[in-house]
Design a protein around this ligand. Structure first.
Ligand code: NIG
Ligand code: FE
Length: 415
């Protein structure tokens, strides 16, 4: 048997084992932890997991052996909601934010998302690429090996395509694997403020078919919020998207409880994201229809808003994932480890629940559960060696980067 690489002497190997569906309820607080373990890899995939010096019987002269020095190893982290590719930044709005001017008010004055739309229109493909690459490099250093990436800063065909092309190029060229989402309905351009219909027609009849034809996005998402897209508009856009073969996501019930969770259940979305204001009925419907609740506590932290009710979601058997929402407005940070710490400190999730939420459940959130999210035979050899004695330590010691090494497809990419 050919073995390319063995990582031995893993103090604690956390596999985040896949149950064949997202973890819910008490399962979220369960982790398989193998002590003094090794992992064997061939062609970028895991081919064996064992303990102690069992690897000696499969290693040969060609096998590279790395020593994890007794540290903690987890699956590569998955950031299942980001607005990775965009132009510019919004520190010019920071003082308004600090003075408690609401996020939606800044948007309605032509700032917020709309100011990033201008910056993205004015940026060249190369500029967008370079900026997003810098963010991906940061994510990788923090242990992220797979991420989702949304468009939504074009609001017209040309710029949406530009963003998605950059995203697809990065997905091929950067060690982080990317899953692409079309978010043409992210804000209403000023000229359509009083009449959304022609803009929605542009999104549905012009942008969605073109993006699909070019194979640039697998998911379609809408920012469903008071003052942005209504429930009815969101349902119309996403139903059309479904007909075209997109998988679905919704920015749902972030600020106002509009019924986004209910709609996500009705449309069988893969995930509903944010949910800070989601109703209990909506959450129950999500549980019934297996919609993942993708919670973004970095946004609550940064907007100084209440955290989503993660405890209630877990009690109701909704599968929970966590992600950064990295974007220039509501969460200008790529740091998924900080998000994990907020998962404990803000959402009151346990460290085990948090780790499941950024690995296996995050994989389900982007439909990559067959490739990533757990360390198991046949899956990609994506993992993080953390300079930490146990899982709890990752959340307890906050605000620093615990990564010692990152492997992607069995290749050492951060050391
Ligand atoms: O997920 N809420 C809408 N979209 C993003 C923010 C985008 C921005 O402010 O640029 C979010 O929070
Ligand atoms: Fe978002």
């Amino acid at each position: 048997m050919r073995v390319d690489l063995i990582i031995k002497n893993i103090g604690k190997l956390v596999t985040c084992k896949d149950l064949g569906r997202p973890k819910i309820g008490k399962e979220m607080n369960e982790l398989e932890i193998i002590e003094n373990a090794y992992i064997a890899i061939r062609d970028g995939k895991v081919i064996e997991i064992g303990v102690e010096d069992g690897y000696k019987s499969i290693a040969n002269n060609y096998t590279k052996i790395e020593d994890a020095k007794g540290l903690l190893v987890t699956p590569g982290l998955i950031d299942s909601h980001t607005h990775l590719v965009h132009g510019g930044s919004r520190e010019n709005e920071f003082s308004k934010k600090l003075a408690s001017v609401p996020y939606i008010e800044i948007l309605n004055e032509g700032g917020g998302i709309l100011s990033t739309v201008n910056a993205t229109k004015n940026a060249t493909e190369q500029q967008l690429y370079d900026k997003a690459k810098k963010s991906l490099d940061r994510m990788l250093e923090l242990g992220v090996t797979t991420a989702e990436s949304k468009s939504g800063y074009g609001l017209e065909l040309e710029t949406e395509l530009k963003q998605l092309k950059v995203s697809n190029k990065l997905g091929k060229e950067h060690p982080i694997d990317l899953v692409h989402t079309f978010l043409g309905a992210h804000a209403v351009p000023v000229e359509y403020k009083t009449n959304h219909k022609p803009f929605i027609d542009e999104v549905v009849n012009k942008m969605m078919p073109k993006v699909k034809e070019l194979g640039l996005a697998e998911f379609c998402d809408v920012f469903c919020e008071e003052g942005v897209f209504t429930i009815e508009e969101t349902e119309y856009i996403l139903s059309k998207a479904k007909q075209m073969g997109y998988k679905l996501k919704i920015h749902a019930d972030e600020i106002v409880s509009l019924g986004g969770a209910e709609l996500a259940a009705k449309l069988n979305c893969t995930s509903a994201d944010h949910l800070m204001a989601a109703s209990e009925d909506g959450l129950k419907m999500m549980a019934k229809n297996n919609v993942i609740a993708n919670i973004l506590p970095g946004t609550s932290f940064n907007l100084n808003k209440a955290y989503a009710n993660a405890r209630k979601m877990i009690d109701l058997n909704v599968g929970v994932s966590l992600s950064s929402d990295y974007n220039p407005g509501s969460c200008p940070s790529e740091n998924l480890q900080f998000v994990m710490q907020l998962g404990c400190l803000g959402l009151k999730m346990t460290p085990y629940e948090v780790l499941n939420a950024v690995t296996i459940n995050a994989a389900y959130c982007i439909d990559r559960q067959n490739e990533v999210g757990s360390i198991e035979i046949g899956k990609k050899a994506d993992f993080v060696v953390f300079d930490a004695p146990n899982v709890e330590y990752l959340m307890y010691h906050f605000g620093i980067n615990h990564v010692n090494q990152v492997y992607k497809n069995g290749t050492l990419v951060v050391d």
